[in-house]
Design a protein around this ligand. Structure first.
Ligand code: SOE
Length: 394
């Protein structure tokens, strides 16, 4: 499927926050990792001709298109990278797969279970002709998270009893923070639940190798009306317009839920954009019969590990700096102690995807994994609505 033997020609849709992160990854991956195919940053698509051309020049893309359809129609492109809001994921990804392009799609996979199911069907069909697809849960590719999964898989935690996960942000705690697409259900599907709750659902299932069977949750929208934004945005929250016009927030500001894993573990989850002072805190603690691990993305190079087999006199959580060459992905970067950051997960994602495409293997997380996370999110919404525990279909 590749355009030239040793090249993977990439077209990206969208060029805002995620587009910038993905661009950096496509640029950096071949500079630090020995890749089997060389990514060629062929084109970026967006609706505004001048802005997309400026973004192409700034982010390193060779050309630009003013519609995703034009991008998908180009026969010099092997892979479509979807970095748009959730309401367009299904349409773009399915069209790209049907055109024989590999697809990398931002999380959450879609805005509804139905859309996600259609995407999985398209991905399964395309797979028969060697077309690959992946959903972008990049935090899986933080070295300390990879180490956590390895410890669980090696049995170092024993049987898992507790899974505790929080994703805490505060970028809309100010009631004057303006409306944005992330606060609009028709664009984003859901609020904190899908935007950041999806990450902790994926991460905890990735680390434990287990899946969530049933949930009981509550969603809350603390601020229901917000000023409409100015057209220019600064940061996630943007800038409010000086006029008094307001829009209605149609998604959750926060989600809290209990979960029961198929393997028997009890889970407690929290996803919020109102945790004043917490900027991007992804906190995960897992307790097993032999030990525990604890992680916080605000100190993302570190994994805390408690080994219950240690001598009682000296046992305690040890702070592992996951920057050794033996830790996942780290050997390609800097010497020990020279820390990695947010953007490295995106680079690792490109490395894994390109390696799978070249090797003819299935990338993970697959669209089916994305659908499974979507089912958990939908179950939390239903549980909140019905005030009852809700099973997650296997
Ligand atoms: C905004 O809440 C956001 O950018 C999410 O959309 C990302 O998935 C998360 O990684 C950081 O926060």
């Amino acid at each position: 499927m590749t355009h030239q033997q040793d090249t993977l020609s990439v077209g990206m849709v969208g060029y805002a926050f995620m587009g910038a992160a993905h661009s950096q990854a496509w640029r950096n991956a071949p500079r630090f990792f020995d890749l089997p195919l060389h990514p060629r940053m062929a084109a970026v698509a967006g609706r505004d001709e001048a802005k997309v051309a400026e973004a192409a020049a700034r982010l390193g893309w060779k050309s630009s298109e003013t519609s995703w359809q034009a991008l998908v129609a180009r026969d010099d492109i092997d892979l479509i990278d979807v970095c748009t809001p959730g309401d367009t994921h299904a349409e773009i990804a399915i069209a790209a797969l049907e055109a024989g392009k590999h697809v990398l799609c931002e999380k959450p996979l879609a805005n509804t279970v139905e859309e996600a199911e259609a995407m999985v069907a398209a991905a399964e069909k395309a797979k028969a002709s060697g077309v690959r697809s992946m959903v972008g849960f990049t935090y899986r590719r933080v070295p300390a998270i990879g180490l956590a999964r390895r410890l669980v898989a090696e049995g170092r935690l024993g049987r898992i009893h507790h899974v505790r996960a929080q994703y805490l942000q505060d970028w809309i705690v100010d009631p004057e923070a303006p409306m944005s697409w992330r606060l609009d259900k028709s664009k984003a599907g859901s609020g904190a639940l899908g935007d950041i709750g999806a990450h902790i659902v994926d991460l905890t299932q990735f680390i434990t190798g287990d899946t969530i069977a049933t949930v009981s949750g509550r969603l809350e929208t603390f601020v229901k009306e917000r000023p409409l934004p100015e057209t220019t945005h600064t940061g996630l929250a943007g800038t409010a317009s000086s006029g008094a016009e307001h829009g209605t927030v149609t998604v959750d500001d926060a989600a809290a839920f209990l979960a029961h894993f198929r393997g028997g573990a009890l889970g407690v989850f929290e996803a919020t954009r109102f945790a004043n002072g917490r900027k991007n805190a992804i906190r995960i603690e897992i307790n097993g019969s032999r030990g525990s691990i604890a992680f916080d993305f605000e100190d993302m190079n570190v994994l805390h590990f408690y080994d219950g087999d240690d001598d009682a006199a000296t046992a305690g959580f040890r702070r592992i700096l996951a920057t050794e060459p033996v830790h996942p992905y780290v050997a390609a970067w800097w010497p020990p102690g020279h820390l990695l950051g947010y953007e490295h997960g995106f680079t690792h994602q490109v490395v894994d995807l390109v390696t799978d495409i070249a090797g003819g293997t299935d990338p993970a997380p697959s669209f089916a994994d994305g659908l499974q996370v979507q089912r958990v999110l939908a179950a939390v919404e239903t549980s909140s609505h019905d005030n009852a525990w809700q099973d997650v279909p296997a």
